[in-house]
Design a binder for this molecule. Structure first.
Ligand code: HEM
Length: 402
């Protein structure tokens, strides 16, 4: 069975690939392939939600914001700090917030991050390279992306450890026994971050600088009707939206490169292909698998009627593997044109941080490919990947020439 699957995944590739064993990652994709073919739009009675799997249907759900609302959806609605943010709003509030935040995410502000990204990556590499092995998640992707978001939020170096706590969303002294405990803990950490950024905002009003907080603060003072509360909650959202996603992108890239080392070698020879390779990594193994919406009226998706006020899981990860849009979708091919992937969403909520995330990956990945010489998996130490269709690599041990 496993051999047959391996053949299927690679049968139409032009280049011979060293087929790795079917791993946890592919299990979610096998489910998606099955669902796209057999139940592309389906009601899950147990959870009382709908699932949508095909590209066209996912695209419809995430793009038609009149019919599919982002307000009052699970995940955000129980978090005191996220429920009123841009990602959980519909127009007209969404439009107002997006205009404001666009003023901080300018090309100039993003480019001003270049040096910090390079420097923070190099600092970590200098510590790790002599060791010859590392866990790409806990040793590199997690601390690096925490430090990057901290730099963006103008959090001084001595306080960066606080960011690790906020990002994990848990106070490590308190055991989390139930879902309610987890929600309470997230809210407590959100409050700490909120209060902390409030101090930075106060300071930036007195002494403006080039960073995002100053840009947001200036945008606010130019726009009547926007509150400090909105700005502070937006910063909490940035930490949630901008850390784990990039951590996953970096980790997933290394996962793909260890699985298909010839792609890494190709990029070492032709580094100018890195931007397309990043799009293929985003398509093949998205950092963020599912987008949630609520129907505002009775709707029809893929020929199926969905009543009003239903929660829909629109599986971006499945859309990215839809053969209607991506030929031989289970084949990882850094030379394909993957730009139509839905990993950054689409429509009015299209990821505000996409240019930043792409720039971060375009700086960090070449540094890792070049400096972690011949990096590869450690035999007998498999990656730890979350079970089920919601995929996240929690641990990925690698070795390289020190
Ligand atoms: C590879 C990294 C990333 C991925 C895959 C990603 C993915 C996404 C997706 C799918 C959405 C749309 C959610 C929806 O439609 O409900 C989104 C929205 C958003 N992302 Fe990202 N994101 C990434 C990095 C970032 C970064 C680095 C930041 C900022 C530091 C960021 C900030 C945001 C914000 C503020 C929104 C809300 C936009 C809106 O609702 O108008 N993201 N992201």
């Amino acid at each position: 069975m496993q051999q047959q699957q391996q053949k299927k995944y690679n049968s139409s590739s032009n280049t011979p690939i060293n087929t790795p064993p079917i791993e946890e990652t592919l299990r979610g994709f096998e489910w998606f392939t099955y669902m796209r073919a057999n139940s592309p739009v389906v009601y899950d009675q147990q959870l009382n939600i709908w699932h949508v799997f095909r590209y066209d249907d996912v695209y419809q759900v995430i793009t038609d914001h009149h019919t599919f609302s982002s307000a009052d959806v699970p995940n955000f609605s129980q978090n005191n700090f996220l429920k009123d943010t841009i990602v959980a709003q519909d127009p007209p509030d969404h439009r107002r917030l997006r205009q404001l935040t666009n003023q901080a995410f300018t090309r100039r502000a993003i480019i001003s991050m270049t040096e910090s990204i390079r420097q923070l990556t190099q600092e970590l590499l200098d510590q790790l390279i002599p060791l010859g092995t590392m866990d790409i998640v806990s040793d590199l992707a997690f601390p690096l992306t925490c430090n990057l978001i901290a730099a963006m939020l103008e959090i001084p170096i001595q306080d960066r450890r606080l960011v690790y706590r906020w990002v994990k969303g848990v106070d490590s002294n308190t055991p989390l026994l139930s879902r309610e405990d987890v929600i309470k803990s997230h809210n407590r950490m959100g409050q700490e971050l909120y209060d902390y950024i409030a101090h930075i905002l106060e300071k930036r009003r007195r002494e403006p600088c080039e960073g995002f907080i100053s840009a947001l603060s200036t945008a606010m003072s130019n726009n009547a009707g926007l509150s400090d509360d909105e700005l502070l909650k937006f910063c909490v959202l940035l930490l949630v939206a901008g850390q784990e996603t990039v951590q996953n992108l970096i980790t997933n890239a290394i996962y793909c490169f260890t699985k298909y080392p010839q792609s890494r070698d190709h990029l070492l020879q032709q580094p100018e292909h890195m931007p397309e390779a990043i799009e293929e990594i985003l398509r093949y193994l998205p950092p963020f698998w599912v987008t949630v919406r609520r129907t505002t009226v009775d709707a029809v998706v893929g020929g199926k009627s969905i009543p009003a006020n239903m929660i829909i899981n629109a599986w971006n990860a499945s859309a990215n593997h839809d053969g209607q849009y991506f030929a031989d979708p289970e084949h990882f091919d850094i030379r394909r044109d993957a730009k139509r992937h839905l990993s950054f969403g689409h429509g009015i909520h299209f990821c505000l941080g996409a240019p930043l995330a792409r720039m971060e990956a375009n700086i960090i990945l070449p540094m890792l490919c070049k400096q972690l010489k011949n990096f590869r998996r450690i035999p007998d130490r498999s990656p730890d990947i979350t079970a089920g269709p919601l995929h996240q690599i929690l641990s990925l041990p690698i070795m390289f020439e020190a």
